[in-house]
Design a protein. Structure first.
Length: 210
């Protein structure tokens, strides 16, 4: 069976539930990073420092301005890692996952615990509308220092082992890129569409496998 996030753990992470002693994770802390402007309903996720213009997910999402939250895992050893990032469309628990995919990822059966995901090489993930990705790619192409400007902007919200930023490639436009640290750092991380029991789309989530 392909990889699926643990529903109880995910829902608990955003409810701020504290885990029993003896667990590797003592609890979660939720960061509200702001509203993501989705002008086209075509959602992208990537390492924005390496891949500023990824293909959008094949599944459409509602147009509008939607809350983005990150659940930070507070580890028993004192470390903290961003475990999940999500765009929230409805206030309900997730009861079913659908793996997010892009047009370049083929259909077909997947093996045990396999998944589609995006590669991270600069310790950062993001959510953005397809229109924002075009603006971000243009900024990075026009200014060789824009990469460093993005890093500096994230450092303004730095806390040991993680940081985030609500980035606007064009300050005159509402299109934004919500950037955040990716769990343990570099790797490949899957995203999922989370649905409520009645089929309502609750969120789109990236699992940083913490």
């Amino acid at each position: 069976m392909p990889y699926q996030p643990e529903l109880e753990r995910f829902n608990s992470a955003f409810d701020g539930i504290t885990f029993a002693p003896g667990s590797d994770i003592s609890g979660f802390r939720v960061i509200d990073t702001g509203l993501l402007h989705l002008a086209s309903g075509q959602l992208c996720a990537s390492d924005p420092l390496v891949c500023p213009d990824p293909p959008a997910f094949t599944q459409q999402v509602p147009i509008g301005d939607w809350p983005v939250q990150v659940a930070v895992a507070c580890l028993a050893n004192g470390d903290e890692r961003m475990a999940y990032a999500r765009v929230v469309f409805a206030n309900a628990p997730v009861s079913r996952w659908v793996m997010a995919s892009t047009p370049d990822q083929p259909d077909g059966e997947m093996g045990e615990d396999e998944f589609y995901g995006y590669g991270v090489d600069a310790g950062t993930g993001c959510f953005m509308d397809l229109r924002a990705s075009v603006l971000l790619a243009a900024c990075m192409q026009a200014d060789s220092d824009y990469f460093e400007q993005m890093i500096d902007a994230m450092q303004a919200n730095y806390r040991d082992t993680h940081c985030w930023v609500d980035l606007r490639p064009d300050p005159q436009r509402p299109d934004n890129v919500m950037c955040f640290s990716s769990g343990w750092g570099d790797g490949c991380y899957p995203s999922f569409f989370g649905h409520a029991a009645d089929g309502t789309l609750v969120c789109v989530m990236t699992d940083f496998l913490v």
